[in-house]
Design a protein around this ligand. Structure first.
Ligand SMILES: [Zn+2]
Length: 125
């Protein structure tokens, strides 16, 4: 059963996008592949290709990971006391994993935000 709202609440759009679902109905899958947005929703037929997130999700992911993981990591003494031959590869592994897990969720939320505010590629100049 499709749940297409008459208005477009921002929180609903972001929530559905974070869950990789179509922001319009909340049922169809938003992504066909890792970060590839479906041209249209398989459940409600909404045109998903009109929302261009561009670099926004990447910037937001870097901002969040940098402020919530990288900066606080330097408050722990093991970052200074352990050999860089251990900390650098370990940090790269953790950061790469976190970024790869966050990026599609943030892109989904970003598209949900664009959906809620009716920002389409036709408005971009
Ligand atoms: Zn849909």
């Amino acid at each position: 059963m499709s749940k297409v709202p008459s208005s477009r609440p921002v929180g609903l759009g972001i929530k559905r996008g974070l869950q990789h679902h179509c922001p319009n109905c909340g049922e169809g899958e938003l992504f066909g592949r890792y970060l590839k947005v479906q041209p249209e929703c398989e459940a409600c037929g909404h045109d998903l290709s009109q929302y261009r997130a561009d670099d926004g999700p990447a910037y937001l992911t870097i901002l969040l990971v940098g402020h919530l993981l990288v900066a606080p990591a330097f408050f722990f003494p093991f970052m200074w006391e352990t050999s860089p031959w251990i900390t650098v590869p370990a940090a790269l592994l953790v950061l790469t994993t976190v970024v790869l897990l966050l990026l599609p969720r943030i892109k989904g939320g970003f598209i949900g935000l664009l959906w809620a505010n009716r920002v389409t590629k036709d408005q971009a100049a």
